[in-house]
Design a binder for this molecule. Sequence first.
Ligand code: CA
Length: 251
Amino acid sequence: MTVSVTSYGMTDVGRRRDSNEDAFLDDDDLRLYAVADGMGGHAAGEIASSLAIESLASTVKAALAQPIAADVDRAEEVLRDAVSRANRRICESVLGRDEWRGMGTTVVAAILVGDQAVVAHVGDSRAYLMHEGSLTRLTSDHSWVSEQVRMGLLSENDAHRHPMRNIVTRALGNREDVDVEIRRSTARPGDVFLLCSDGLNTMLTDEEIRAALRDHAGDARAACEALVDAANRRGGEDNTTVVVVNVAGGP
Ligand code: CA
């Protein structure tokens, strides 16, 4: 089955930070969507996240001339390779530049092929799917608090506001090889995919995210604005980036 998609993405510096280290991509032609959340001093975080997004887009574009016609196995292979290449590109760009040492970025990326979505991620940026009004996380955070939750040492509620919640256990730019987690999901008419940086999900609960997506069903821009606005009203402690993809019936 073919589906049609409309998307919108936005990023906001928030209320506490001087700079925005997030970057995003929403490309309905490639049906490729991504959010990256950079880290590192001297503007290195901004460089890492924008390098990740640029590298991802150019690799996918070169590999999938006709993304919509591609086969889902091929799309998964291309997406995994694109994330690995982005990682190597960041690692290489640090060589010889001491001021960039230690820079890195998370990435979450989704590509839609027919009625299948392939989601790849490294770090704690998330992908969600809203299907028939209920919200599911498609990614599990590669973070210290999330590992504690999986081991039963911390509750989900405690993890949400934990002082160590910013510590990621996987990122692009740290080492030459990176372990990319991939998940597939079906995209049905009426579904909404959301990609976000942790600035959204540390300020809002999943239920609040669900309510904003439900209230703005079919209008990706309004949904993005409502989510960013809600995160800022809650304190806007971090940069907030959201990409919302609405799935409709095929042409
Ligand atoms: Ca962040």
